[in-house]
Ligand binder design. Structure first.
Ligand code: FES
Length: 69
């Protein structure tokens, strides 16, 4: 599995054919299929998911690839 930190953006985790069940801070669950994008700028209003706020807050970070073995 590879986790990508997109340049100036969120962490991307892709697992084709898999479901991500994410429990949010308020106890609700969100189910996403295939891929999730997790905020790493801290500005999202929909944490832990990216909501595009990184583009408005000037977040800068290099691309990073994390290979989970
Ligand atoms: S990385 Fe996109 S809103 Fe934080």
């Amino acid at each position: 599995m590879v986790i990508k930190g997109l340049k100036n953006g969120p962490y991307e985790i892709k697992l084709e054919g898999k479901k991500f069940v994410v429990e949010k801070e308020d106890g609700s669950q969100v189910v996403k299929e295939g891929a999730i994008y997790l905020c790493r700028c801290g500005s999202s209003k929909n944490k832990p998911f990216c909501d595009g706020s990184h583009g408005r807050c000037g977040f800068e970070a290099p691309e990073v690839i994390i290979d989970v073995k």
